[in-house]
Design a protein around this ligand. Structure first.
Ligand SMILES: Cc1ncc(COP(=O)(O)O)c(C=O)c1O
Ligand SMILES: N[C@@H](CCCC[NH3+])C(=O)O
Length: 445
């Protein structure tokens, strides 16, 4: 067990992990988008997902500016609700959706169908029906069986051929958590370049007059901090395009490099800045196209986490403080793995702070745990919080905008938490808290 540290509150927010306009007020209280965290907790209850609108918009703009002439598609699996998708639409981004549900929210937010890409290695009939009834612009083909299913669906409509991208596997390890690596040969997404499966799929699509092969797609994983991996993947994808030109005489004009750009969760963690991603990827593409005398395809990228992670803060209330016989201090909050499964799934680490005040009390090492019935429900194993922490106080966890609300569950039949947008000193509910009636309504036995 670590001993107590003599670390006073610094009164400063950790760099790079809180929303751009988050700050500590004169009395030490955390403010997000000009609204006090404790006011938000009082008004909307806890656990609470807070989303800073200005931060999301700023990230959208940064990616668009980094890819002039390219397409930036927000990967809505990271976080989807009507209010958020409206901001993304207004900022001129496209959208990556991967289920009928994500398409339904996109539709309600007024997203133009031609700016939508449908993804998924397991698209169901329901997903495809939703995509065709919405007339989504692009469908990303992920398996051989899908090619004929898509051709049949496309034939039953009255529109012209459906534009598709072929998802290829470049054989590049993203250098990230094993559960988030999708560019290697032994995983479930896409068609292998090395085995010839991608070439065969391309021939089949080219032979389907109801489908139009518009380009290729590749996504090597998520939370990737090394730009070189994207450049190597691009190299392999370009080789494929060049070979396809030789074998089939086609020149494709879209190249989608996926998302996966890392963000820091704690000060000092590596992350990728949109401008750096844009510069590296576009320079590599220009060089490769010149080398192969290939007309430069239009680039698409699909950031999810890098758009919304930093904009999000989760607020909890402390419901227990206990020193175990081992000496370890456990701080229990009123949420846990139902609103954030990431520590248990990916051993993710977070920045946390007391939201309502600064104190002269020393910090001490604590383990922040959730309320769920498993010892694995550890939100932050290595936190440092003031020794005078009291029950009922509000804790804020940074960088929870992506894959938190989106991955929330009803474990222990807790009600899923609301999402509140903050901007310019005002707060607005985007997603309400589930009610007990919501829970009971589904239970029809
Ligand atoms: C096809 C595809 N595109 C984009 C993304 C977004 O990834 P990230 O949120 O890491 O940017 C994902 C998820 O990894 C994905 O599967
Ligand atoms: N759910 C993962 C990211 C998955 C990426 C989706 N393709 C996370 O929370 O880090």
């Amino acid at each position: 067990m670590k001993t107590e540290q003599a670390v006073p509150e610094t009164g400063r927010l950790e760099a790079g992990v809180w929303p751009l306009r988050a700050r500590l007020a004169a009395d030490g209280e955390l403010e997000i988008g000009g609204v006090r965290a404790t006011d938000l907790a009082r008004r909307f209850g806890t656990p609470l997902h807070v989303l800073d609108e200005a931060d999301v918009r700023e990230r959208c703009r940064a990616f668009r500016a980094a890819f002039p002439g390219g397409e930036v598609a927000y990967a809505s699996k990271a976080m989807s609700c009507t209010g958020l998708l409206r901001w993304v639409r207004e900022e001129g981004l496209s959208l990556d959706a991967s289920s009928a549900g994500e398409l339904a929210v996109a539709r309600r937010s007024g997203f133009p169908a031609d700016r939508i890409l449908l993804h998924g290695n397991g698209k169901t009939g329901e997903d495809l029906r939703a995509a065709f009834s919405y007339a989504v612009g692009t469908i990303v083909v992920d398996s051989a069986a899908e090619i004929s299913r898509l051709a049949v669906q496309a034939a039953s409509g009255l529109r012209g051929p459906q534009a598709v991208l072929l998802r290829v596997v470049p054989g590049i390890d993203g250098g990230t958590h094993a559960a988030l690596t999708t560019g290697t040969e032994d995983q479930q997404f896409g068609f292998s370049l090395a085995s010839g499966a991608a070439a065969e799929a391309a021939h089949r699509i080219l032979g389907q007059h109801r489908l139009r092969l518009a380009g290729v797609h590749c996504h090597i994983g998520s939370q990737i901090a090394d730009l070189g991996r994207y450049v190597r993947a691009l190299d392999r994808v370009m080789d494929f395009l060049v070979r396809l030109r030789a074998t089939d005489g086609v020149v494709l004009d879209r190249l989608d490099l996926g998302g996966g750009f890392a963000v820091p969760y704690r000060a000092g963690d590596p992350g990728l800045e949109p401008a750096d991603v844009g510069a590296a990827v576009q320079a590599a593409l220009t060089t490769l196209c010149a080398r192969h005398r290939y007309p430069t395809p239009r680039l698409t990228i699909e950031p999810g986490r890098a758009i919304v992670a930093r904009a999000g803060v989760t607020l909890y209330r402390v419901v227990g403080v206990k020193r175990a016989a081992s000496g370890r201090v456990f701080v229990t909050v009123d949420g846990g793995m139902s609103d954030n499964p990431r520590p248990s799934l990916y051993q993710a680490r977070y920045t946390v702070r007391l939201a309502g005040r600064t104190t002269t009390a020393n910090n001490r090492p604590v383990t922040i745990v959730g309320r769920h019935c498993e010892a694995g429900d550890v939100l932050v194993p290595d936190a440092s919080l003031p020794a005078d922490l009291r029950l009922g106080e509000v804790l804020a966890v940074a960088c929870t905008g992506a894959y938190h609300h989106a991955m929330a569950s009803n474990y222990n039949l807790v009600r899923r938490s609301p999402v509140v947008a903050v901007r310019g000193g005002r707060a607005r509910l985007l997603v309400r808290r589930e009610t007990e009636d919501d829970l009971l309504a589904r239970d029809v036995g």
